[in-house]
Design a protein around this ligand. Structure first.
Ligand code: PLP
Length: 390
C-alpha cells in the first residue's frame, strides 16, 4: 500500500521530518585547483597583467577544442554578445530570439538597436523551436540569435537550413554550452559567431570573462577592433569600439581550467545519464529531452514538474526539496516577454516559454557529483512528489 500523502507530508523535512540529505549536496563545484592558482600567481609575479600570452593561448586552444577557426577573449559573456552583434548586425535589423533564455541574449540586441522578435521553444528539449522561427520571418529579418540553453545544443541543422534559405546571420549564445557537440562536431563549427561566458559558476569559470569564436578571418579582425577602441595601429582608431579586453590573470585561470574541461564535461554527462535513468521511475518530473545528434555540456540539469500530478506549485515543490538538502534554482522564473525591461518591444507571449516558467527547476549538476549524491537527489525529488501527490 502506498503511504497516504498526509503521512508522507508529515515526514517532509519542511514539516520537521528528517531530510533525505543531512548534508546539503553542492549545487555547483566551482573550486580552483592549485595549478589554476599557480598560473594566476605567475602572471602576478610577471607584472604583465594586460591581455598577453595566456589570453592568446586561451583563444587558440578554446577555438581548437570547439572546432572554430578563431577565438577572441573578452571581459564577460555579455560583452561577447555585444561584440558578435556589433560585428554582424546593423541598427534597425530585425532579429529572432527565443523568449526562453537568459536576458543577455535578447537585451544586447536591444542595446545594439535591433528590432527583437521573440519566438517560442520546444517543451521537451526546452530549446528554440525552428518551426516557430520560420513562422516569424518577415522580409526584414536579418538574423537569428539562439542559445544552447542549459548546455544542450539546439537543432543546429534546422537553424542553419532556415538561415541559408533566407540569407540570415546566425549567432549562437554558448554561455552555457562549453565543449558541447552536434553531430560529432564542436558547436563552434556552426553559424557566424558563438559567444561564451566564463562567469564564476559556468563550466569554465574565471570569475568574469568571455570569448567569441568565429570562422571568418575578416569578422575576426573586425571584432578584434571593436574589442579595443577600433585601434588598428598605435593610437590610430579606424572605427568606434570599446574596451572589452580580458586581462592575463583571467586568461591564465581560464587556460589552466581549460585543460580539465573535457574530463569535467564527461563527468557531467555521466551524471546526466544517471539522472535520466533514475528519474524515469518518478512520474512527477520530466527529464530534459536531448536534441537529436547533440552531446550536451550539461551546465544545468533542469527538470519539468508535471503539475497535473502534484497538488503544489513548482515553488512549493522546490522549497520542500531544499529542506531535504537538495539545493535547486529556477532557470528561469519568467519568459523574457514577461520581463518589464522588454515591455516596449513585446508583441505576443510565446505559450511554451510561459508554461516552462511555471514548471522548470534545476537540481545539482557538476563534475564532482557522486553516484550516491545523484541517488539522494532522485530520492528527495521522489519523496517530495509523493508527499504532494494528487
Ligand atoms: C545564456 C547566457 N547568455 C549570456 C550570459 C551573460 O554572461 P556574463 O554573465 O558573463 O555576462 C549568461 C550568463 O549567465 C548566460 O547564461
Amino acid at each position: 500500500m502506498p503511504e497516504s500523502a498526509t503521512a508522507q507530508d508529515a515526514k517532509l523535512a519542511i514539516n520537521g521530518g528528517t531530510p533525505v540529505c543531512r548534508k546539503p549536496i553542492p549545487f555547483m563545484a566551482p573550486k580552483l585547483h592549485p595549478e589554476d592558482i599557480a598560473a594566476a600567481h605567475a602572471v602576478l609575479e610577471s607584472g604583465m597583467l594586460r591581455a598577453h600570452t595566456n589570453c592568446a593561448e586561451l583563444e587558440r586552444q578554446f577555438a581548437d577544442k570547439t572546432d572554430a577557426k578563431f577565438g577572441l577573449t573578452c571581459s564577460n559573456g555579455t560583452c561577447a554578445l555585444q561584440l558578435a552583434y556589433e560585428g554582424l548586425l546593423e541598427r534597425g535589423d530585425e532579429v529572432i530570439v527565443p523568449a526562453w533564455t537568459y536576458i543577455a541574449t535578447a537585451s544586447m540586441l536591444v542595446a545594439r538597436g535591433c528590432k527583437v522578435i521573440f519566438c517560442d521553444s520546444l517543451e521537451d528539449t526546452m530549446q528554440v523551436d525552428p518551426a516557430d522561427i520560420e513562422q516569424r520571418l518577415t522580409p526584414n529579418t536579418k538574423a537569428i540569435a539562439v542559445t544552447h540553453l542549459y548546455g544542450m545544443p539546439v537543432d543546429i541543422d534546422a537553424i542553419q537550413t532556415i538561415a541559408e534559405k533566407h540569407n540570415l546571420k546566425v549567432i549562437y549564445d554558448c554561455a552555457q554550452s562549453h565543449l558541447a557537440t552536434y553531430k560529432g562536431k564542436g558547436i563552434g563549427a556552426f553559424g557566424d559567431a558563438c559567444t561564451y561566458s566564463f562567469y564564476a559558476t559556468k563550466n569554465l569559470g574565471t570569475g568574469e570573462g568571455g570569448l567569441v569564436t568565429v570562422n571568418d578571418e575578416s569578422l575576426n579582425h573586425e571584432i578584434g577592433l571593436i574589442r579595443s577602441h577600433g585601434e588598428s595601429d598605435k593610437y590610430l582608431h579606424t572605427r568606434i569600439g570599446y574596451n572589452y579586453r580580458m586581462n592575463d590573470i583571467t586568461g591564465a585561470i581560464g587556460l589552466s581550467r581549460l585543460q580539465r574541461l573535457e574530463e569535467e564535461t564527461n563527468a557531467r554527462r555521466a551524471a546526466a545519464d544517471a539522472y535520466d535513468k533514475l528519474f524515469a521511475e518518478v512520474e512527477a518530473v520530466e527529464t530534459p529531452t536531448r536534441t537529436e545528434g547533440a552531446d550536451a555540456a550539461w551546465h544545468l540539469y533542469s527538470l519539468k514538474l508535471n503539475l497535473d500530478t502534484v497538488s503544489c506549485t513548482r515553488d512549493e515543490f522546490t522549497k520542500a526539496l531544499i529542506a531535504e538538502g537538495v539545493p535547486c534554482a529556477v532557470h528561469y522564473p519568467k519568459s523574457l516577454t514577461d520581463q518589464p525591461a522588454f515591455a516596449d518591444v513585446v508583441t505576443d507571449h510565446p505559450p511554451v516559454a510561459r508554461r516552462l516558467a511555471t514548471r522548470v527547476f534545476s537540481i545539482p549538476m557538476h563534475h564532482e557529483l557522486t553516484d550516491e549524491q545523484v541517488r539522494n537527489v532522485v530520492d528527495a525529488v521522489a519523496k517530495v512528489a509523493s508527499a504532494y501527490a494528487k
